[in-house]
Design a protein around this ligand. Structure first.
Ligand SMILES: Cc1cc2nc3c(=O)[nH]c(=O)nc-3n(C[C@H](O)[C@H](O)[C@H](O)COP(=O)(O)O)c2cc1C
Ligand SMILES: [Mn+2]
Length: 487
């Protein structure tokens, strides 16, 4: 059963002992950050701060901040179940055989009902403020880190419509609160929101924007899903939950917003306007320096009677967004394999902050295959930002960093096996010589072939013979050897 809204999910977490209500009075300035940081790094629960200085609203944070909560949020018990579901989503008429396998998965049969549906009224509009009544300062927006330029809304679902195609996009782009009715709009130039803004700029028109804060977890998660432009995040959310996301017409803009949201901000971005945004303690673990970004003018705030403000903090990994990134990795592997089928598995270690390091295992079939894979990754969607790609042969466990380091480092002749390219890099990369443009490296750590000019023999990795292992397994208990480390 899909979670109807944020509260429904928090209730399940609480019943499960995976949510703590903090009744102590705390400040949204730095204090909640420090508590949330310790909680996530210590494997702690989701947090609901009920007594926040200067605001009547409670703050929910760390809602996705563990593997278990992340899977719960998406109601996925096991990622292999997901593979089959996605297969169906991508190819609704699967060949016989697969169909039988899919029938075993309850949600698949309900696919027809996952398209967003419009409803007449929504809880997100129980209270409506427009004009002078709009005041963002009533929200407990966090100032996350000491050098931050101010409070930032960190988990907004930014909804916009393409000027030409009319298609809706929903992306998560942080928003610095400037004053009672204006914020920054930090959509980076490669993202769909920015792409749509360029359409309005060409037409010289204002762009209507609606921002939902706090929804059922699948809807929130969908805003970060790296879907191709034009593919609806709200449809994806419906697919993830196995149930349509109910949408309601916004009050002052011509956009549909999630009816069950806690809070909705309505307004516009004038494509010609820019304002200094930042610095902001970012998910790189460093501050993103100030820069010019579009401005969001809020014309209405609609909300529930008793809304919860949902937020997160980013910073030195591991953080809550690392668990979201990990879910993206698992969810999108089958999708990536549709276009780069040689990829058997992939891993983006959390220390690589998503775009700095990707390890892929491939089923190598022809000379130069590892390099082909690198270029395919650099040519696909948001994977274009990947600064380092390490390609290993299938059979190497890409999730085991000790194995990857051992295998990859023994397999390379650096001068021969490195591919360096130039191209777009993540806007948050501060080491590239130019903003958004720099170099990327690929390491071919596959076993080298004769056809690749390698004529020496390649040794097997050492492994004990199975018979001996079996015998020693049986003997082991009687040998009296303790292997508990005593250092
Ligand atoms: C907590 C969090 C904050 C994010 N903040 C931003 C941001 O400020 N700007 C941005 O361009 N992307 C940000 N992202 C990443 C985008 O949400 C992500 O790239 C998404 O796929 C963009 O959607 P789009 O492809 O429809 O543009 C953030 C992601 C997370 C998890
Ligand atoms: Mn998009």
């Amino acid at each position: 059963m899909a979670y109807r809204n944020l509260s429904a999910f928090l209730k399940v977490l609480e019943e499960d002992g995976d949510l703590v209500r903090v009744r102590e009075r705390v400040s949204a300035r730095l204090e909640i950050s420090e508590i949330a940081d310790r909680a996530v790094k210590g494997g702690g629960p989701a947090l609901l701060f009920e007594n926040v200085e200067g605001s009547a609203l409670p703050v929910a944070i760390n809602v996705f901040g563990s593997r278990r909560r992340m899977r719960r949020a998406l109601e996925i018990a096991d990622w292999s179940e997901w593979d089959a579901r996605l297969e169906f989503f991508l190819d609704p008429k699967p060949p016989e055989g697969i169909l039988d396998k899919l029938r075993a998965i309850p949600k698949v049969t309900e696919l027809a009902g996952v398209f967003p549906k419009t409803v007449k009224a929504g809880a997100c509009q129980e209270v409506v403020a427009t004009g002078d009544a709009v005041d963002l300062r009533e929200l407990p927006v966090l100032t996350c880190w000491p050098q931050d330029a101010g409070p930032f809304i960190t988990m907004p679902l930014v909804i916009t419509r393409d000027a030409e195609s009319g298609k809706t996009n929903m992306g998560m782009y942080r928003m610095q609160v400037f004053d009672r009715a204006t914020t920054g709009m930090h959509w980076q130039k490669h993202k769909d929101g920015a792409g749509q803004a360029r359409g309005y700029e060409r037409e010289g028109r204002r762009m209507e924007v609606a921002v939902a804060i706090g929804c059922d977890p699948a809807t929130v998660f969908s805003a970060i899903a790296p879907l191709p432009p034009g593919v609806s995040e709200l449809l994806f959310a419906g697919f993830l939950r196995g149930e349509a996301v109910p949408l309601v017409r916004a009050k002052t803009v011509d956009l549909l917003v999630p009816a069950e949201a806690e809070i909705v901000l309505e307004g516009y971005v004038d494509p010609k306007e820019r304002r200094r945004e930042g610095p902001f303690g970012d998910h790189t673990g460093f501050y993103s320096l100030e820069d010019d970004f579009p401005v969001f003018h809020v014309t209405a705030i609609t909300r529930r009677e008793k809304p919860i403000y949902m937020t997160t903090i980013v910073g030195r990994p591991p953080m809550e967004d690392g668990f979201m990134g990990e879910a993206v990795e698992r969810l999108f592997l089958p999708l990536v394999r549709k276009t780069i089928p040689e990829i058997v598995d992939m891993h983006l270690p959390v220390e690589g902050i998503f775009h700095n390091l990707m390890i892929v295992a491939i089923d190598k079939r022809y000379p130069g295959h590892a390099r082909k894979t690198m270029h395919a990754i650099w040519g696909t969607g948001q994977m274009m930002f990947t600064k380092t790609i390490v390609v290993v042969d299938r059979g190497v466990d890409v999730h085991d960093m000790a194995e990857v380091a051992w295998r990859a480092l023994t397999a390379i002749d650096p001068e021969r096996d490195i591919e360096i390219v130039h191209g777009p890099v993540d806007e948050l990369d501060f080491a590239s010589r130019l903003a958004c443009y720099g170099s990327k490296i690929g390491i071919d750590a596959t076993r080298k072939w004769k056809e690749e000019g390698f004529s020496r023999p390649w040794p097997d990795a050492i492994e004990m013979s199975p018979e001996v292992k079996d015998r020693v397994d049986r003997l082991w208990p009687s040998l009296g050897i303790s292997t508990v480390r005593r250092d």
